[in-house]
Design a protein around this ligand. Structure first.
Ligand code: ATP
Length: 254
């Protein structure tokens, strides 16, 4: 199988501070990977390097075997590398349905069409309905974003990313800021993501990480210190020392 996503020996330093150190990751279609690590480990920098928002000092990013290291963020999105949107980029007066219709029309090159007429386009509406269903947002499709719960706004971010038909989806802390009572909805939505999509999720909520991920990568001081199964990560001495100490002990005791 050709890897859908490869990062090869990526390096980045800010001044004298090496923030990404020889990071290599390979992902296949359908992978569910969590990237974890302490604050300041370099997770956000890594995502910015991968999406093209930052330029690496050395190393490569490949999508489906093609080197995209010198491509702009927009061209990488077109090749299937999509990062979830941020709540701060949603329009409070627009509905989830309108957001998604706009995203689908953008992807299919129909931004020239009058946006108000999207409801007349059955193919757009069918795709929007499917996305709303996948993320469990169908019941609030026509409410204004400002009126829906924060957890639902976060699900809309993921729906918007899916509207771009990614092959690789980068999720940046999908449960951050979501009340504990709503995290099952996020979990259910993540469980319903397309089976062949490769998903890399950055997340601090370890319960979510262990329910979602089939592979965990731990970053500490810019370098990968662990890449393996969720079962092994809590047993790894370096990971315990760098990050998971008390959580790992709790899990072993449970
Ligand atoms: N533009 C920049 N210029 C200088 N230093 C930076 C820059 N961006 C990040 N850093 C530094 O790089 C290191 C890694 O930061 P980064 O935000 O990537 O970590 P993180 O793992 O995402 O942390 P968190 O979990 O807190 O979001 C930190 O020491 C940070 O201060």
């Amino acid at each position: 199988m050709t890897a859908v996503f490869q990062v090869q020996n990526l390096n980045k330093a800010f001044g004298g501070l090496a923030v990404t150190q020889d990071v290599s990751i390979t992902m296949n279609p359908g992978d569910r990977v969590a990237l974890i690590g302490p604050n300041g480990a370099g997770k956000t920098t890594f995502v910015n390097l991968v999406t093209g928002h930052l330029e690496p000092d050395s190393g490569k990013v490949l999508l489906g075997g093609n080197d995209v290291t010198s491509l702009s963020p927009t061209l990488r999105v077109r090749q299937g590398l999509v990062r979830s949107f941020q709540v701060t980029r949603l329009f409070p007066d627009m509905t989830p349905e309108e957001h998604l219709a706009l995203a689908v029309m953008q992807r299919t090159g129909r931004t020239g069409a009058i946006f108000g007429h999207y409801q007349a386009k059955p193919d757009v509406m069918a795709e929007v309905a499917e996305l709303l269903r996948t993320l469990g947002l169908d019941h609030i499709a026509t409410r204004k974003v400002a009126e829906i719960a924060y957890g639902q706004q976060r699900l809309l971010e993921i729906a918007l990313a899916l509207a771009l038909r990614p092959k690789v989806l980068l999720l940046d802390e999908p449960a951050a800021g979501v009340p504990q009572s709503d995290t099952p909805r996020i979990e259910a939505a993540l469980a319903g993501l397309p089976a062949d999509l490769a998903v890399l999720m950055i997340e601090h909520d370890m319960d979510l990480v262990f329910r979602f991920a089939r592979r965990v990568i731990v970053l500490a001081a810019g370098a990968i210190i662990f890449d393996g199964s969720p079962a092994d990560v809590t047993r790894d001495a370096r990971v315990r020392e760098a990050y998971l100490g008390s959580y790992a002990n709790d899990r072993s005791a449970a």
